[in-house]
Design a protein around this ligand. Structure first.
Ligand code: PDD
Length: 287
């Protein structure tokens, strides 16, 4: 069955879903995106993703093309039309097609944003074997731009990081800047030491993960201690546990950093418990 894709107000079979070669998303990576997971046909953390989208657009002087309720309706329509039980909705908004290539931003009155949304079906998304086994990461220098808090579609360096990880025979890479871990290629990074959860504080150095916000809230509610500060790779190697969070990985344990086993080299209790809580609470709150 062909996927049904949303493009600028229209639902189209994927083969017919196209945008212009002059689109600024294509020529300039001038666009933002969101990934919202779907479990049991319902959207996880939708309002968090919608709020971050609004912020990303505002930071780039882009006008939101639709309000929250319409955005929700399109997400739900795509879930229904593509019969998604578990998976993700990818959303991308670019500064549109000014009809030529230019470094200056076009007038939004004459060049509307391009809005594309599509589904990715992942049956059993919450039962990913990686969550049981844990993943292995390497560290690489963080050579991304300085506004990582804006969720832009400039994903070349993260893609290169992921390829470096696969070439090294592991699952993912953690970025390091000035000796401290910033985040993973497409996730936020955490360590656990003496039952304390440690993760980098929010700034323009990292993406403000929606899963991160929820997990830290659930951790506090469960009386777990949380410290928001940066940490080194050596600290990670000496930690009791490590894990990542993202909309598609939820909470996934990290069992090896740069070839060194973290803790006993198995998924830790804190990460395992946080994953359970996150999935349980998020399913309850899903819309
Ligand atoms: N990535 N940090 C980076 C660099 C990310 O790309 C992501 C998400 C996160 C986690 O954010 P959230 O919890 O809101 O998903 C952190 C998405 C899933 C992606 O690019 O596919």
């Amino acid at each position: 069955m062909s996927r049904i894709v949303y493009v600028n107000g229209t639902y189209l079979p994927e083969a017919e879903a196209t945008v212009s070669v002059f689109d600024r998303g294509f020529l300039m990576a001038d666009g933002v995106y969101e990934v919202t997971s779907v479990l049991d046909g319902k959207l996880i953390d939708f309002d968090g993703h919608a709020a971050r989208l609004t912020r990303s657009l505002a930071e780039l002087d882009m006008t939101p093309p639709m309000a929250r309720d319409e955005l929700l309706a399109v997400h739900r329509e795509l879930v229904a039309r593509n019969a998604i039980t578990d998976g993700m909705i990818y959303l991308q908004i670019t500064r549109g097609n000014p009809g030529d290539r230019s470094f200056t931003f076009p007038d939004p009155e004459t060049t509307p944003c391009t809005v594309v949304m599509f589904t990715q079906s992942k049956p059993g998304l919450a039962d990913d074997p990686a969550a049981k086994a844990g993943i292995r990461v390497i560290s690489i220098p963080d050579q991304r731009w300085g506004r990582r808090d804006i969720k832009t579609v400039q994903l070349l360096y993260p893609s290169m990081g992921k390829m470096a990880a696969l070439a090294a025979g592991v699952d993912d890479a953690w970025f390091v800047e000035d000796g401290k871990v910033t985040e993973g290629t497409s996730n936020n990074a955490y360590i656990v030491k003496n039952r304390k959860i440690i993760t980098r504080e929010l700034s323009s150095d990292i993406l403000h993960g929606i899963t991160r916000a929820a997990v830290l809230r659930f951790a506090a509610e469960a009386q777990m201690e949380v410290e928001e500060r940066s940490f080194t790779i050596d600290e990670a190697k000496g930690a009791d546990e490590a894990f990542i969070t993202s909309a598609s990985a939820f909470v996934t344990p990290v069992v090896e950093v740069d070839g060194a086993a973290v803790g006993d080299g198995k998924p830790g209790q804190v990460a395992t418990r946080l994953r359970e809580i996150y999935l349980e609470e998020s399913r309850k709150a899903a819309i």
